[in-house]
Ligand binder design. Structure first.
Ligand code: HEC
Ligand code: HEC
Length: 207
């Protein structure tokens, strides 16, 4: 029995190697991606995507498809941001796919919440939502630990609370309009500033 388990384990290790080897960047792609980051992105997002400046989002460990989508949305103007529009202006589709793949393979730097730990308002909103206002639990889409679901829901955990709060406000004011079916705009419009602050702080400490 133990042998069978060991053997199955081996097959899984082999399979995951094959799968990740398939989607990982080639040597030349890795070199050209790092060149773009060193030339354009490093000052704000750091080489591994773990920006230390709270207005700039952490990209490390974010899902590849989500990063690529955002870069394309900045380029088309669907997500409006003057700084990022300039950054992506000369990137090709392949560059944006490679950047997504590269950052998704970096580990996210974990962080702590300031006030919203266990039993806080932030935790309640994240885990249970606000039934009285019809706000769904963030965890129902972004996952119990905020790791998201690749290609569908972005990872949120450990993100700078200042960035998360700025996005919730942008969704609320419809300055950010690239969420499919207005899902985030609808949610943010039901939250008060205090509630957005609490949930953003809780998310920063999620592991
Ligand atoms: C001058 C600082 C700066 C530089 C340089 C910069 N960014 Fe950004 N980036 C930002 C800011 C600020 C935001 C948040 C924009 C917003 O509020 O919508 C952002 C957002 C993003 C996002 C969206 C993340 C999310 O979670 O939705 C991605 C992806 C990204 N940047 C990738 C890059 C890449 C790749 C480069 C280099 C080609 C780059 N950035 C260069 C400041 C910068
Ligand atoms: C019904 C599903 C759903 C629920 C519930 C939900 N979200 Fe989202 N959220 C999304 C989707 C989809 C996106 C990606 C939008 C895009 O493609 O740009 C998103 C994006 C975000 C972003 C932007 C991430 C980034 O890196 O820029 C933040 C922040 C966020 N959600 C916070 C929350 C919070 C806080 C809650 C709970 C109050 C919540 N979400 C509940 C589906 C959901």
């Amino acid at each position: 029995m133990i042998r069978i388990f060991q053997f199955t384990g081996l097959i899984f290790t082999f399979l995951s190697f094959v799968v990740s080897a398939e989607i990982s960047l080639s040597k030349t792609e890795l070199a050209s991606t790092k060149k773009i980051i060193n030339n354009l992105c490093i000052a704000c997002h750091a080489i591994d995507g773990n920006s230390l400046i709270p207005v700039n989002p952490k990209l490390g460990g974010q899902h590849a498809a989500y990063i690529t989508k955002q870069l394309k949305n900045f380029k088309s103007g669907l997500r409006e941001n003057a700084v990022m529009a300039g950054m992506v202006a000369n990137l090709t589709e392949k560059d944006m796919i490679n950047l997504g793949q590269y950052f998704s393979e970096q580990d996210i730097l974990l962080s702590l919440s300031e006030k919203n730990g266990i039993g806080s308002l932030g935790e309640e909103i994240f885990r249970a939502g606000l039934k009285s206002k019809g706000v769904a639990a963030c965890a129902s889409c972004h996952g119990p630990s905020g790791h998201g679901i690749p290609d569908k829901y972005p990872r949120l955990n450990a993100q700078h609370s200042q960035y998360t709060l700025s996005q919730l406000n942008s969704f609320r004011l419809e300055l950010r309009k690239n969420d499919p079916d207005s899902v985030m705009r609808t949610i943010a419009q039901k939250l008060t500033e205090k509630e957005m602050q609490a949930v953003s702080d809780y998310i920063q400490g999620l592991r």
